[in-house]
Design a protein around this ligand. Sequence first.
Ligand code: NAP
Ligand code: G4F
Length: 347
Amino acid sequence: MKKKALIFGVTGQDGSLLTRLLLKKNYEVHGVKRRSSSFNTGRIDDIFKKEGNKTFFLHFGDLTDALNIQALIAKIKPNEIYNLGAQSHVKVSFDTPEYTANADAIGTLRILESIRAAGLSKKIKFYQASTSEMFGNSKKSQNENTPFHPESPYGTAKLFSYWITRNYRSAYGMFASNGILFNHEGEYRGETFLTRKVTIGVARIFLRKSKYITLGNLNAKRDWGDAQDYVEGMYKILQHKNSGDFVLATGKTYSVRQFIENAFDCINIKIKWRGKGLNEVGYDSKNTKRVLVKIDKKYFRPNEVNHLLGSYRKAKKILKWEPKITFKKMIKKMVLNDINLQKKSNL
Ligand code: NAP
Ligand code: G4F
């Protein structure tokens, strides 16, 4: 019998990569997609074309709809549920705090309660996509024991989900685990997140389609890894004999500024900086008049998480998980991919 997985957030970056991984491992994969007025399955269309309705099944649904979640879980009775669905953009969560809490916090409760109500507490393993954003501006480096101090509606909603997952584990003996994942990126990353925005911008500048990129805070630091490594970590978390909470990170941190410098390096441009605050610009070291990065205050957040750096010691020891793809290699891969995509695009 094939194992069955149900993925909330199947159309997202991680959902699409996890689907590929689970299909390779011979799972039957069910994914929940939202109804949308335009196509939202670009990341999984190739999989559906190949595997659709044989080993890969899509269902309409939404984390804000308890009846729909109950019905899906009772019908599919999966062995594993991965809750990767979320309004995942931190800046947007300040504009849509109530919706973010509904989807990112109560959505998780709806899944857990549906598992329990269906009498499947001991049959289904549950994975919750928790996040380093829950740490906020805490210590210099963060691990499973670091206190949480979220700085955004997104981080706060995710913290509810982290705790409700732990509650269902202890109260009902459910196999319910949190992966506390630091930022992870790649070719499937949404276009409005920092890394992808930069790699698309660099690709367009290389192809002479744009003159510069406009960004917000350059000084924040993130522990950036590659999404492919991280979905393998999610899988390992659910295969471990005991449920628990695990940080997945690289143990290295870089500033937004360093990310930009490395991305431009891929097209042989060395970026130099001049000016301060909103007047700061990044320019081509070979031509001081060629401004390639500008700042706009609309990209700043009401609260910022200034420094994220994770320790993945527990995951390494218990799950034998380690990130393989380096920061530089990931950026190169993303820039090359965006050059290819931009070559084909009319925009
Ligand atoms: P993503 O690309 O933004 O994907 C989010 C997925 O959730 C999409 O499939 C989206 O559907 C779906 N979704 C949004 N609202 C929903 C709702 N109300 N009901 C059902 N589905 C909904 O995010 P990601 O980068 O893959 O991240 C996966 C998960 O890990 C998220 O929960 C995120 O918060 C968390 N996380 C991500 C990172 C990271 O660095 N990537 C780090 C830590 C934690 P549409 O395609 O229709 O929008
Ligand atoms: O790419 P970002 O939007 O990612 P952020 O806020 O760190 O959140 C991501 O990682 C979390 C894990 O820590 C996930 F839970 C979450 O779902 C998401 O995947 O921003 C990264 C940094 C921030 O400090 C931001 O202020 O880049 C800075 N930044 C500067 N200019 C910008 C921009 N971010 C975006 N999105 N767009 C800009 O123009």
